[in-house]
Design a binder for this molecule. Structure first.
Ligand code: CTP
Length: 458
């Protein structure tokens, strides 16, 4: 996974300097490196920047009050202190440096620093005279030499007072580099999202109302004989999370379920299948509505489809005998086939028939082991609009886990690497793309319609 902070949780403490607004950009830069970020604001920081933008961007509740508990009853700053891979305080005021040097935990930022065993990086910003004051010098020396904190020294330049001097918050990439260096090659401290700060359920609107979303879930089974089959490790958790999230956003959902180990969502129409051939038949039944229009707005192929099946499944139970050689044949690529139907293409990619109207949005998954380099090629080969790739060999990702770390690759060549998230949150991020793409599709259709020539007068 790309990003020097992929999988890391960074606690970002903001204190009351005029440079506090820069912390929003710092948050984005840390996220661009793959970090999950939880923000703490000192009371005076909240007078410069409100917690709302930090909460919306970080998707975690913003800690502002020492004595407030998280929704699930935990002590917020202790959770951050215990689970973060590093705490970065930027900007850090002279007051923060003094309080910290004295071990005074009067607000959430100082309390988190005191409560953590993670590396702490401090980027001061203040007036030039305050920076050179012996008290500040002593406090900085204390933090650096006694506590082992990394100090990202402020830079020279124009200051808020109108004067010039040393005291400007360091350039943000320097602060990010310092965080990366302080963490070094330590292991991710707490990969389990349940032990990290809670995720804010950013209330998503009913942005999939009137949409029909088809989700394939679970693993297909290919019969060897009436008793035995070739299967895979899919439990259906990711697909079910997508179906549940789509229902919560107002969609009509059809779940085509192969073998699953989890309950299927109430409120979805469910079609049960076993083999890849069953799944193909069920899918082909959904492509067209009775009036000939597209039968769904989006298809999410979260099912783990068998790649090979026995050429001739036995119709009676095979005896053990002295051994067995199975002849296998490749299964048809269902995602590619539905993609071709959607776009009216033949197997060579040439237009042969009418595309589905309106053209649905097709999402595939790519289960890889090791690098995700093949994912872009898979997206093209399968003609999907979006491919969600994950490394199933990575801890916390893949089969049976409640979390997943994925990269989302779009047909336009863009790629977004998400941090380790709950499967529900991954589902919502994926559906954010689906909802947006469908809205754009409809907007383009409407513009197209107004450009159509008016019918000939009778
Ligand atoms: N898929 C499919 N039909 C198949 C195999 C896979 O529709 N016969 C779909 C899966 O549901 C998934 C995507 O294709 O959405 C990618 O699956 P994956 O197993 O990663 O890719 P493969 O096509 O099997 O490619 P490879 O075996 O080379 O990894």
């Amino acid at each position: 996974m790309t990003g020097r902070l992929a999988g890391r949780l960074i606690g970002l403490g903001v204190t009351g300097s005029i440079a506090a607004y820069k912390a929003v950009e710092l948050l984005r830069l840390l996220q661009a490196e793959g970090a999950d970020v939880a923000v703490m604001l000192s009371p005076s920081a909240t007078r410069f920047v409100g917690p709302l933008s930090f909460a919306a961007l970080s998707r975690h509740p913003v800690e502002t009050e020492l004595l407030e508990l998280t929704e699930d009853g935990r002590i917020g700053h202790i959770v951050v202190g215990d689970s973060a891979d590093a705490i970065v305080v930027a900007p850090a005021t002279a007051h923060f440096l003094g309080a910290m040097a004295a071990g005074l935990a009067g607000d959430v930022v100082t309390a988190t620093c005191l409560a953590t065993r993670a590396p702490v990086i401090v980027a001061p910003a203040m007036d030039g005279d305050m920076w050179t004051h012996p008290a500040t010098r002593r406090n900085v020396a204390n933090l650096r030499d006694e506590f082992g904190y990394t100090i990202v020294e402020p830079e020279a330049g124009p200051l808020a007072s109108g004067q010039s001097g040393v005291g400007r918050l360091a350039e943000l990439p320097r602060i990010v580099d310092a965080v990366v260096a302080a963490i070094g090659d330590r292991q991710v401290r707490v990969p389990d999202p349940a032990a990290r700060p809670p995720v804010v359920a950013t209330a998503r609107d009913a942005d999939l109302a009137n949409r029909h979303i088809v989700v394939t879930v679970g693993g297909t089974r290919e019969a060897i004989d009436p008793v035995r089959f070739i299967g895979n490790r899919s439990t259906g958790k990711m697909g079910v999370a997508i179906a549940e999230a789509a229902l919560a956003r107002g969609a009509r959902v059809t779940v085509i379920a192969a073998s699953v180990e989890v309950g299927l969502p109430l409120g979805a129409a469910v079609v049960r299948v076993e083999s890849t051939a069953d799944l193909r038949a069920a899918l082909l039944r959904t492509t067209h509505a009775p009036d000939g229009a597209a039968g769904f707005d989006a298809l999410v192929m979260a099912a783990a489809v068998a790649d090979f099946r026995p050429v001739r499944p036995a119709d009676r139970k095979l005896e053990r005998g002295s051994g067995l050689i199975l002849e296998l044949e490749p299964t048809p690529d269902l995602l590619a086939e539905v993609g071709r139907i959607a776009h009216g293409l033949d197997s060579e990619g040439a237009p042969t028939r009418e595309p589905l109207r309106p053209v649905p949005f097709v999402v595939g998954f790519a289960a890889e082991t090791g690098s995700l380099d093949r994912a872009a090629e898979k997206l093209r080969r399968k003609g999907a609009d979006l491919l969600v790739a994950n490394d199933v060999a990575e801890p916390g990702s893949g089969f049976g886990t409640d979390t997943n770390r994925v990269a989302m690759l779009a047909a336009d060549g863009s790629r977004e690497d998400l941090p380790l998230l709950s499967k529900r949150e991954v589902a919502d991020r994926l559906l954010d793309c689906v909802a947006l793409a469908l809205d754009e599709r409809d907007a383009a259709l409407q513009t197209g319609r107004t450009n159509e020539p008016s019918p000939e007068p009778a």
